[in-house]
Design a binder for this molecule. Structure first.
Ligand code: SF4
Length: 395
């Protein structure tokens, strides 16, 4: 390959595919249904954005294709996408290339096309191995579909497998959750993400909740399930490393660690955002608005602004406390201009006394109990930080 110059430093790349087969009952992500011509148009826009954004090329450390449903694209469209990525990127230094996969949309041809594009890690949005829960969530496949899809990915040479499961589903029992985790591990998955079902504003599922058609999982049961998966997966060699993520040794998602440690990444495609050199860039959520801008010969930036130093420190806490290793105190000081002990003394003391937070010489981290109420911890720390007089609030 011809020698290229690379603008900027090493960074990760997120690429958004906003299309789905149909909308799930609980989903508030930026995604929707589109025809083939619209998808082809979007792929041309992605190609152009990569060209505009990286005129000197880019050698990403990690690539993550998310959605939406990246595997909503046909095998031919994936071959086109692979060609675009080869033309615009140097993947020779890429340490991890993940694509999200909806099990119901994978075919052997598509799996081959994903591998040809460079994908070496498959993240399956399985959600449940029980068909009745899949139906309740509005997922467009049945329980056995995931098994076939994993086999297709493996046959294509995509060795690394991660699965997403959901818990705290209406009516779900701990025994059924155990069965789901067992079923996922039976596929020799190296990484699991377990998310509690949340009821987002203005989704069909939330309207069912409001009308009394579904009964939410009681908080005590959700807490029991949160503990259950932690214990179960630790015993099976996949300890929790992030509030919702579990991995075998060396199999943590390198790309997502970039977000959780406030590293640097580029976001490409509608609704994507990135953080490079302290600047946040954000594309518009509407893919038609995105395509119009790109076709007019310019980047589709909705916003681009420096993230103030203090906000970066706050974000580092917000993201880093998700990790079981916690946040490095030295890094926090470098960003905030003041130490954690100074800026967060009052709320931290309260949270430590409540057994929710731990501090050692190098890190601040949540206890197991604290991880379950992470959102509350973040709110208390952020409020405490803002209340401090004379803190550094800009670069
Ligand atoms: S497949 Fe994912 S992004 Fe698409 S509608 Fe369902 S939950 Fe939302």
């Amino acid at each position: 390959m011809a020698r290229r110059k690379y603008a900027g430093r090493m960074a990760s790349l997120y690429l958004h595919i906003p299309f789905c087969v149909r909308k799930c009952e609980y989903c508030d992500f930026v995604s929707g249904v589109a025809g083939e011509a619209e998808i082809d148009r979007y792929l041309r826009a992605l190609d152009r954005e990569l060209e505009l954004r990286f005129p000197g090329g880019l050698a990403p450390d990690t690539v993550f294709i998310g959605g939406g449903t990246p595997t909503r694209l046909s095998a031919t469209q994936w071959l086109t996408l692979g060609g675009i990525l080869r033309r615009r990127l140097d993947l020779s230094r890429c340490a991890e290339f993940t694509s999200e996969i909806n099990p119901g949309t994978l075919t052997p041809e598509k799996a081959d096309a994903l591998r040809a594009a460079g994908v070496d890690r498959a993240s399956f949005g399985v959600q449940s191995f029980h068909t009745r829960y899949l139906q309740g969530l509005g997922r467009a496949y049945e329980a056995g579909t995931a098994t076939a899809a994993v086999q297709m990915a493996r046959n294509a040479g995509i060795a690394r497998v991660s699965m997403d499961l959901m818990f705290a589903l209406p009516g779900q029992t701990p025994a059924e959750l155990r069965e789901d985790v067992d079923a996922a591990l039976a596929h020799d998955t190296e990484h699991l993400s377990l998310y509690a079902l949340t009821y987002e504003d203005d989704t069909p599922l939330t309207r069912q909740l409001q009308s009394g058609a579904v009964t939410p999982c009681p908080e005590e049961l959700e807490r029991e399930m949160f503990g259950l998966v932690g214990d179960m997966l630790a015993a099976r060699g996949l300890p929790r490393y992030e509030v919702s993520n579990f991995a075998r040794a060396g199999a943590a998602c390198r790309h997502n660690l970039v977000y959780w440690t406030l590293g640097e990444w580029h976001g490409v495609g509608a609704a994507a955002h990135g953080l490079i050199g302290g600047q946040v860039h954000r594309n518009p959520p509407d893919w038609k608005v995105y395509c119009d801008a790109i076709e007019a010969g310019r980047l589709a930036l909705q916003t681009e602004a420096a993230m103030p130093r203090f906000e970066r420190a706050e974000t580092l806490l917000l993201m880093g406390l998700r990790l079981t290793q916690g946040v490095e105190l030295r890094r926090f000081r470098n960003l905030a201009g003041e130490g954690f002990h100074t800026l967060c003394a009052a709320p931290a003391a309260r949270l430590i006394e409540q057994g929710l937070l731990e501090l050692n010489q190098t890190h601040v981290r949540c206890t197991n109990e604290g991880l379950f109420v992470l959102d509350e911890i973040i709110v208390q720390l952020a409020a405490g930080m803002k209340a401090m007089p004379g803190t550094v609030n800009d670069q």
